[in-house]
Ligand binder design. Structure first.
Ligand code: ADP
Ligand code: MG
Length: 370
């Protein structure tokens, strides 16, 4: 037996039962682990993929302790876990990811300060409290800028694009901690997914090229046609010297028009832009996460075939659900969410291809057709 290694038939407790929790659980179950999940929603996607489901709020201390008591190891599918509760859990139970990294990344100001402190490149930003602070920043950096709530944001929630003075009216000064950053005219966005086991063995997935619409990930192409893999790895190496990671995590980057790479943010958990790895790689980000937290050796990652991943939001599903299975070359994932909303992530499709451009053209007449 290797120290800190978790073996099949032991129980992995996952905080959060959304699609990420579900896909993590599917990997764990296939490897022979038992899975316990805590989620506040009665019909959480991962409810169907676990041995034990605890339906409770993420702030319910007794329920989290119950999950921990029934588990040999704890992990999470999202980063906004209550700081105090997470610290308590880490003190008493086995949480190989620890608390420090996730607590730093919960707050955009702490996150940006830490990334900047590591020597990695970030977009000019400032922590602001008042309209005057914002105006001073704009005086220096010019319009457009983007204000983001420091905590709790995802899929563009809590963001205010400021293109002219009038837009400032919407910013909720005094209600919550805020940061402002320069809004870049982007050439594109890329992300790098990494897995690291408890012993420190680290593997890199190929660079992923991401297109967002309305600040929500719309499409990922792998390998990225913006070829900045080595630069991205260098930036991530700087960050890994400052922040301790275990499991799969993803660094999101902006690429501006002159091909300069800026770190945008870090997700200390599986990430939407690496979903293609389920079919596209020899190991998925979810398998890698389970192996890494359980401290097993990790294989070098290979892209088996070029991949296109398309998210299915509620509004896409309205349009496409009757033809999703007419395309046997599409790998269709539906998360099993009962409550469909236009902008909610309901599933995704991965298409493996020998010719990215040709496949994208073909999709114009199927996926993208109105
Ligand atoms: P979230 O936590 O919601 O993912 P992000 O900061 O990653 O927040 O922003 C979501 C998306 O909004 C980005 O992927 C990008 O498309 C756009 N965006 C955010 N900040 C900027 C910026 N400073 N310049 C250009 N685009 C941005
Ligand atoms: Mg993001």
């Amino acid at each position: 037996m290797t120290l800190n290694r978790i073996y099949p038939n032991q129980t992995i407790g996952i905080i959060g039962g959304g699609q990420l929790g579900k896909m993590l659980a599917q990997s764990a179950l296939r490897m022979g682990y038992r899975v316990a999940i805590l989620d506040p929603s009665e019909d959480a996607p991962a409810r169907s993929t676990c041995h034990e489901f605890i339906c409770a709020d993420f702030s319910d201390k007794d329920a989290l302790i119950k999950l921990a008591e029934r588990s040999d190891i704890l992990t999470y599918e999202f980063e906004n876990i209550d700081a105090e509760l997470l610290t308590t859990l880490v003190d008493t139970y086995y949480v190989p990811q620890g608390a420090k990294t996730v607590l730093t990344l919960q707050n955009r100001d702490d996150e940006k300060r830490t990334i900047e402190g590591s020597g990695a490149r970030i977009v000019p930003y400032k922590n602001i409290e008042t309209k005057n602070d914002l105006l001073k920043f704009i005086e220096k950096e010019n319009y457009p800028v983007i204000v983001k709530t420091a905590t709790g944001g995802y899929d563009g929630k809590g963001q205010y694009l400021i293109e002219k003075e009038f837009d400032i009216e919407d910013v909720p000064f005094g209600e919550t901690e805020l940061v402002v950053e320069k809004y870049l005219d982007l050439k594109g966005e890329v992300s790098l997914t990494v897995s690291r086991n408890v012993d420190g063995q680290t593997i890199f997935f190929p660079l992923q090229e991401n297109l967002h619409k309305n600040q929500i990930l719309y499409r990922t192409i792998v390998p990225s046609r913006i070829e900045l893999f080595d630069e991205a790895k260098e930036q991530v190496a700087l960050i890994m010297d400052k922040l301790h990671f275990v499991g799969s995590f993803t660094v999101e980057f902006f690429v501006d028009k002159d091909m300069t790479l800026y770190v945008n943010e870090i997700a200390p958990r599986p990430h939407n832009s690496a979903h293609y790895s389920i079919e596209g790689c020899n190991i998925s980000q979810f398998d890698a996460h389970i192996l890494a937290i359980c401290n097993h050796p990790l294989p070098e990652v290979h892209l088996l075939e070029d991949s296109i991943m398309l998210n299915l939001l509620g509004k896409d599903l309205d349009r496409l659900e009757n033809m999703l299975f007419d395309h046997p070359d599409w790998h269709v994932h539906l998360y099993g969410k009962t409550d469909r909303k236009p902008e909610r992530k309901m599933g995704h499709v991965t298409i493996l291809t020998e010719d990215i451009d040709e496949t994208l053209d073909g999709l114009e007449t199927t996926f993208f057709k109105k």
